[in-house]
Design a protein around this ligand. Structure first.
Ligand SMILES: [Zn+2]
Ligand SMILES: [Zn+2]
Length: 165
């Protein structure tokens, strides 16, 4: 969706709001199985004495799979976006500035970039997820599995050395 900023550029102090839904097609992230609701975007561009500032919030409910224990769980997508549409880019590499082309910015591109830039590479069901037992595959969040952990042979050797002394 293109947002036409020509009127806003000519209106210091002005504001232009927008709301739309983002297609999940290009938002294929590791660990996200499905988007359970439409991905909504709401925001506005404000002209602060010539400097344009775009703020938006992306919201949806996702069905995710934990990278450690493989459990499926629901998680809200809550991404805030804050960028500056600019008519000239001095620093081409800056992620905060977006070039205005023919008076417009591409809102979908801005939202997609923000999500890709900040998405967690490994989605976990919780920071303290214990994962699966590498031996029997039991989900250790549900309790211990009873497997005896093999002692590292180097530790064993060290233990024998210490006993001798
Ligand atoms: Zn987990
Ligand atoms: Zn086990």
């Amino acid at each position: 969706m293109k947002l036409d900023l020509r009127e806003l550029i000519a209106d210091p102090g002005g504001k232009k709001s927008f709301a739309f839904t983002l297609s999940p097609a290009d938002l294929d992230f590791d660990g996200v199985l499905e988007y359970l609701t439409p991905i909504t975007v709401e925001g506005a561009v404000e002209n602060h004495a010539g400097l344009l500032e775009l703020r938006a919030g992306i919201r949806a409910d996702m069905l995710c799979q934990c990278a450690r224990c493989l459990k499926e769980f629901q998680k809200p997508l809550e991404q805030d976006v804050h960028v500056y549409p600019a008519q000239e880019l001095e620093d081409q590499d800056s992620v905060d500035y977006y070039l205005i082309e023919d008076g417009c910015v591409d809102l979908e591109e801005i939202m997609r970039d923000a999500l890709i830039f900040s998405f967690e590479p490994r989605i976990l069901c919780g920071d303290d997820c214990k994962g699966l037992c590498p031996k029997c595959g039991k989900n250790l969040n549900e309790g211990p599995c009873g497997c005896v952990e093999d002692l590292d042979p180097r530790l064993l050797a060290l233990g024998q050395l210490l006993e001798k002394e």
